[in-house]
Structures are given as structure tokens and as C-alpha cells.
Write a protein that binds this ligand. Sequence first.
Ligand code: ATP
Ligand code: PLP
Ligand code: MG
Ligand code: NA
Ligand code: MG
Length: 297
Amino acid sequence: PSNTGRVLSIQSHTVQGYVGNKSAVFPLQLLGYDVDPINSVQFSNHTGYPTFKGQVLNGQELLDLIEGLEANNLLYYTHLLTGYIGSDSFLNSVLEVVDKLRSINPNLTYVCDPVMGDEGKLYVPEDLVSVYREKVVPVASMLTPNQFEAELLTKLRIGSETDGLKACNILHAAGPSKVVITSINIEGNLLLIGSHLKDKKQPPEQFKIAIPKIPAYFTGTGDLMTALLLGWSNKFPDNLDKAAELAVSSLQALLQRTLNDYTSAGFDSKSSSLEIRLIQSQDDIREPKLTFKAHKY
Ligand code: ATP
Ligand code: PLP
Ligand code: MG
Ligand code: NA
Ligand code: MG
């Protein structure tokens, strides 16, 4: 069927817990996609814990896997999904993968979460910022930065809703026809801003979704959000607002469940970051109840 697809997902793997591929693969499968994960790292647990151990895949090792697939004619994908990338050489190999996949399927949709940092803090080497800005953004079909990442990519300081919309326009001009700024902090609450440039001669269709901030810190939510946006925006290609409503509704139901489960187990949910209840939320992923509404500008 045309509303699903085959996704190559290049992201982190953690043995325990849900970030990167561990939080993206299962929901995409639930939405009906074939997902082929390449694990850019294999860590014991996410890096927010006191320690972690594991292996990092380098750029050449990524290209080796691609070569193996290509040698067997297995490189036809409808979507490429990338998240956290830790080095310049790996990011440059990802750019080669984009070219290679597009040479096989010119209609490949590249969904890029340009993970660089959050809340004013960079957590990738600084030289990646210009590679994202100059080489990755121009080839992305859909981009899902947070507020800080949108600022780095546009060199625009985002202090308001209007700034967020402006940032989307700048990003459209650089490449992607779909942009979702997954969270802007406005007076303690979260605002998602979406923008779809359908026709280069017309202004983009833009919308926002207000999300009350839950007083807890979760990991893996950015990766899950981008996966859900890929899943739903492909099913509703002309309604990015609807796709975002579905993605936000699923994610918020999952976060509420996560918070409730920790609280009823007697955990202080503010003391450390919470592992999301992904498996337990499969009904909310498959058939989300629309509890969040997008407002068009
Ligand atoms: P990136 O993956 O680029 O870092 P991000 O910073 O937006 O993106 P998160 O901060 O994990 O990623 O947020 C992703 C989504 O998760 C947000 O759009 C929001 O819907 C939801 N979310 C995360 N934390 C909370 C929270 N405490 N309360 C409510 N929603 C949250
Ligand atoms: N990937 C790895 C290896 C991580 O350690 C983390 C967070 O600690 C993430 C990804 C972050 O995921 P997110 O931005 O979705 O919370
Ligand atoms: Mg964030
Ligand atoms: Na994001
Ligand atoms: Mg993140």
C-alpha cells in the first residue's frame, strides 16, 4: 500500500531503555512500515546515566553496510531517517548514503532530526553545525529541529512564536518542504510549530500546537516524535497539521502513562530522567485519540 513504506533508520541503539532506534523502530513498525535499523552506536544505556559502555560505528563501517545491501540489490528505500550523529566523518558518510539512496529511488524522503543540542547546550562537536547547515539541510525533505537547533541552523534567535515561523521560512528556502520545530519554550510551556511549503510560489501553510509541559524529564522523546511525524506525514502527505496532531496525541498519552507508572511505583519523577513506557503505549501509537488540536495561522 502507498501509505506505508520501507525506512532505513540510522540511529543509536541502547541495550536497556528507549532512545534512538529503540524508540523509533517499534512505533514505525506498529504504523505498518518495514524498518531496517542501522545502529550508529551500541551502548549499554543512554548517556544520561552516570556511566555507559559500548561501541561506536564509524563512517566507513556505515558505508560497508550500505555496500553489502547494494551488492544484493537491497537498497531500495522510500524513507531515510537519521537522528543523533556524533562525528563529522559519520555525518559525511550519511550524506553519501542520501545520494546513493536517491540514485536508486529519486523520490526518497529524507527525514532528518538535526540533533545538536537542547536548551542552549551543544552536545555534538561544534564542527557539525556548519555541516548540518550547509550540506544536510539542503538535502532533507523534512526537518525536525528543536528551538536551539533551529537557531543554530538559521542563525536567528528564536524568542517568540513569530521568530519560530520566520525560522521555518528560512529553512524552507534552504531545502526541506516540511519543517516541524518540535518544541519552543514559551513562558514555561511548549509550542510545536509546523510548516509545509507546498508550492514555492505560495507562502507555506503553518500551524502550532500548544503542549503543557509535564514537570518531569524524559529521554527518547525527540527520537520518538520524529519517527511518529514520519509515520503520520507519509499517511497524510498534504496535511502536516493532522500528522502533527496524531504524533503529539500519541506522544502525550505515552508521557502521561510513563509519569503515572513511575508515580504509582513510588518514584520521585523529578529526581532523574524517566524511561518512556513505549511497549505499554502501543495502542496509543496505533490508534491515537486526537487530544491535541493544531491551530492554523
Ligand atoms: P531533538 O530530538 O531535536 O532534541 P526535542 O528537543 O524537541 O528534539 P524533546 O525535548 O525530547 O526533543 O521533545 C520532543 C517532544 O516531546 C516535544 O515536542 C514534546 O511534545 C514532548 N515532550 C518532551 N518532554 C516533555 C515534557 N516534559 N512535557 C510535555 N511534553 C514533552
Ligand atoms: N541517543 C543516545 C545514545 C542518548 O544517550 C540519548 C539521550 O541521552 C538520546 C539519543 C536522546 O534522545 P532524545 O533527544 O530523543 O531524548
Ligand atoms: Mg528538547
Ligand atoms: Na526535534
Ligand atoms: Mg533530543
